[in-house]
Design a protein around this ligand. Structure first.
Ligand code: AMP
Length: 210
């Protein structure tokens, strides 16, 4: 799942992961879990994430190599938030080669930037399950109890407006070139991320099942 922050990658990844019973591998969620449990990785990553910057390539590549080597991804998987740099994209090609993974698609979400900023400021995440809610649509606010479990809804520290702008800037400079890299091998499926969750989800399924 590829695209700027706030385009709905995580939401769609969760839907597809449930529908096809394959793991949803979100590097952002793994880092947030490491921050919450206070591991060495979490301690290093927290200030980088809060500033909207990218965690170093070698760290991220190591994590993804380990996760993709695990037996539960043999039937397929959804990678969300990786690769975010050319270096990571090249490393992923090597990891796929080493693991014999030959069939994959890069789902490239497209939405406009004003919409992204609006979406992120309305994004609430359950601190227990990671489920995503929309403050406006679901009539909820930060620190409300989760409507579906005993968790609490939080606005992510990196979803504040100035951090979102920094994340978008980094997306354009470091992450967007990755699409050019994958375009060369014809694996990119462009998806209009502006539609409703259901429409986008259907569009993705049609493209990746092709
Ligand atoms: P996400 O949940 O995908 O928006 O990721 C949240 C934050 O985690 C990002 O803004 C980065 O600081 C960090 N992060 C997640 N994935 C990566 C990655 N592949 N490379 C570098 N940093 C990452």
């Amino acid at each position: 799942m590829f695209g700027p922050p706030g385009v709905g990658k995580g939401t769609q990844a969760k839907i597809l992961s449930e529908e096809f019973s394959i793991p949803h591998i979100s590097t952002g969620e793994m880092l947030r879990a490491a921050v919450t449990s206070g591991t060495e990785l979490g301690k290093k990553a927290k200030s980088i994430m809060d500033a909207g910057q990218l965690v170093p390539d070698d760290v991220m590549i190591g994590i993804v190599r380990e996760v993709l080597g695990a037996p539960n991804v043999r039937r397929g998987f959804i990678l969300d938030g990786f690769p975010r740099t050319l270096e990571q994209a090249k490393a992923l090609t090597k990891i796929f080669h080493d693991l014999g993974i030959t069939e994959f698609k890069v789902v490239n979400f497209q939405v406009n930037e004003d919409e992204i900023i609006h979406r992120l400021q309305n994004r609430l995440t359950c601190d227990k399950t990671g489920e995503i809610y929309n403050a406006e649509m679901d009539s909820l606010k930060a620190n409300d109890p989760c409507p579906d479990c005993e968790g609490t809804l939080r606005l992510r520290d990196d979803d504040k407006e100035e951090t979102v702008r920094e994340r978008l800037k980094i997306y354009h400079t470091s992450t967007e070139p990755v699409i050019g890299y994958f375009n060369e091998s014809g694996v990119v499926a462009n998806v209009d991320g502006m539609g409703s969750i259901d429409i986008v989800s259907r569009e993705i399924k049609m493209m990746v099942m092709d």
